[in-house]
Ligand binder design. Structure first.
Ligand code: NAD
Length: 404
């Protein structure tokens, strides 16, 4: 099969095995070039490990800290006439590279919200690692079947209170347009909190603690987005913001609970990047492509791996390198509710003022100029393994390709 991108709205229904492996290689190279991360944990569990911030976290702790990793994600295997989802190839490529580097790696495919998955993962930790030093909780899902009630909750990405008018971008067609979004009902808001809030993160910690697999000094991190007034109506002040508030609640509760192992639980506020999850949020593609243009011009842009590398190198773990310590290694940059802030470059006044200045001006005619439409598209295709240098995209491949 000759595998080409097939884009439907904000998803690509094909993925390129060799390209996905090349994307993993790029991330590993980024971390290796930055050098080892001094005092990192050596045994980590990453929930939501196959893409976006979770994949970068796995790469950083493995190839930066030398950690053995267990990854959990929800991906589809290939069929005869269909490629697998990108994360399926990515997990295989990651596991192969980790093993070649002498690092333990095991990837589980299935529903992280279920008790069965938690049991399987804990059994593997007990058998292979004994305990873990780190849990990165980086799930982004549209649905969650509640493990206790069996109810299938569906998240809704909607504003709250009243109909809100938004400017947004169809990335595929390069069209800037306006949309009206109906406010969420109370049920939709509650369901979004069920899916994207902190309860499942707490369930993981409860299960791991009960099984006595949390090492002394154990840390757990989950990711949030706050953004600026341009995205607040759809994000922080919408259903997603309510879910993320619940993540803050969970972090606080878990910080108290983890005192027993001298542990810590933190939410890290990350910058906007292109991932499967973020492209599905209205407004984000327009905001992010304007932001990327402005941040790239100011030479402060970071992609997924650059953000996560800086997070672990300067905030989560100290660094053995003097220049990293000068950049804040060891001491965490926390806000008033104890979140780690990694969005300080995105939110810097000169960056936001410039994005805000461009916002009313941007249209279909000038979007390629005022915004980084090409960069956004390239990042989007890269998620699915397309557009990577050195990959033969004309090659006839078996989609079940095993040697990644
Ligand atoms: P992503 O879509 O790239 O990754 C989501 C991961 O979750 C994948 O590995 C997927 O397989 C996994 N997953 C989804 N449902 C699952 C299930 N039921 N069981 C097991 N695995 C499942 O998403 P992302 O953008 O990297 O988001 C990760 C976290 O980062 C989210 O909490 C998100 O809010 C946060 N965040 C993202 C951005 C951004 O701009 N993308 C910014 C700040 C914070």
């Amino acid at each position: 099969m000759i595998i080409k991108p097939r884009i439907r709205g904000f998803i690509c229904t094909t993925a390129h095995p060799r390209g996905c492996a090349a994307a993993v290689d790029q991330q590993i190279a980024h971390v290796k070039e930055a050098g080892p991360i001094g005092s990192g944990g050596k045994r980590a569990l990453i929930v939501g490990a196959s893409g976006g911030y979770g994949l970068s976290s796995r790469v950083v702790v493995a190839f930066g800290c030398g950690a053995g990793t267990v990854g959990v994600s929800f991906e589809k295997a290939p069929e005869e006439s269909r490629t697998a989802t990108a994360g399926w190839y990515i997990n295989r490529a990651f596991d192969a590279r980790a093993k070649r580097a002498g690092l333990y790696a095991k990837s589980f495919d299935g529903d992280a919200f279920s008790d069965a998955m938690k049991e399987q993962v804990i059994a593997a930790i007990k058998a292979d690692l004994g305990q873990i030093d780190l849990l990165v909780y980086s799930l982004a899902s549209p649905v969650r079947q509640h493990p206790r009630t069996g109810v299938l909750h569906r998240s809704a990405i909607k504003p709250l209170g009243a109909v809100k008018h938004f400017k947004t971008l169809n990335v595929d067609r390069g069209v800037v347009h306006e949309v009206d979004l109906e406010p969420a009902t109370a049920e939709e808001t509650a369901a979004t909190v069920q899916v994207m809030g902190g309860e499942d993160w707490e369930f993981w910690i409860d299960a791991l603690a009960k099984a006595n697999v949390l090492a002394r000094g154990f840390r757990t991190i989950s990711y949030t987005y706050i953004g600026s007034d341009l995205t607040w109506p759809i994000y922080w002040e919408g259903t997603l913001g309510k879910a993320k508030e619940d993540l803050d609640r969970a972090a606080l509760a878990m910080r108290a609970r983890l005192k027993a192992v001298e542990g810590d639980a933190r939410v890290a506020v990350m910058k906007a990047v292109v991932t499967q999850a973020s492209t599905a949020i209205p407004v984000v593609p327009l905001y992010a492509s304007l932001l990327f243009r402005v941040m790239k011009d100011a030479r402060v842009h970071e992609d997924c791996i650059a953000q996560i590398d800086r997070l672990f190198r300067t905030q989560v773990y100290g660094s053995s390198r003097a220049e990293d310590r000068a950049g804040g290694g060891g001491a965490m940059r926390l806000d008033d509710v104890g979140r780690i802030r990694m969005d300080e470059r995105e939110l810097a006044a000169p960056i936001q003022n410039e994005v805000r200045r461009r916002w009313p001006l941007v249209s279909t005619e000038n979007v390629a100029e005022l915004a980084d439409l090409e960069g956004f598209r390239a990042d989007f295709l890269k998620i699915f393994g397309f557009g990577l240098p050195g990959v033969d995209y004309e090659a006839d491949l078996d989609p079940a390709l095993a040697d990644l």
